[in-house]
Write a protein of this length. Structure first.
Length: 93
């Protein structure tokens, strides 16, 4: 079974514990490599990535509602609001 491991963060050099529970979670998700950053630096990097996300105004191709999406829409493809996207996604399965 899994045992807690002490790892060193590649960003700040601080040691952190990668718990047995976290290792089990990684295995269940199919993640093959141990984390290289401590939890604080992982959260900081995630926040930075999300803050840089540029949102684009769209008109939903299905219902006509105004919405924002985190990608630049292409003219040759329909773009949906979150509600319509969920409906389209579940019917496609």
């Amino acid at each position: 079974m899994f045992q807690d491991k002490v790892l060193t963060c590649r960003d700040c050099g601080k040691e952190f514990v990668w718990t047995a529970g976290e290792q089990e979670f990684y295995q269940q998700k199919g993640l093959l490599h141990a984390p290289q950053r401590c939890p604080e630096d992982r959260q900081r990097a995630k926040s930075e990535r999300q803050a840089k996300r540029e949102m684009h105004e769209i008109t939903c191709s299905n219902c006509g509602k105004q919405a924002q999406v985190p990608f630049e829409p292409r003219l040759d493809r329909p773009v949906y609001c979150s509600d319509c996207f969920e409906k389209v996604r579940t019917t496609a399965r």
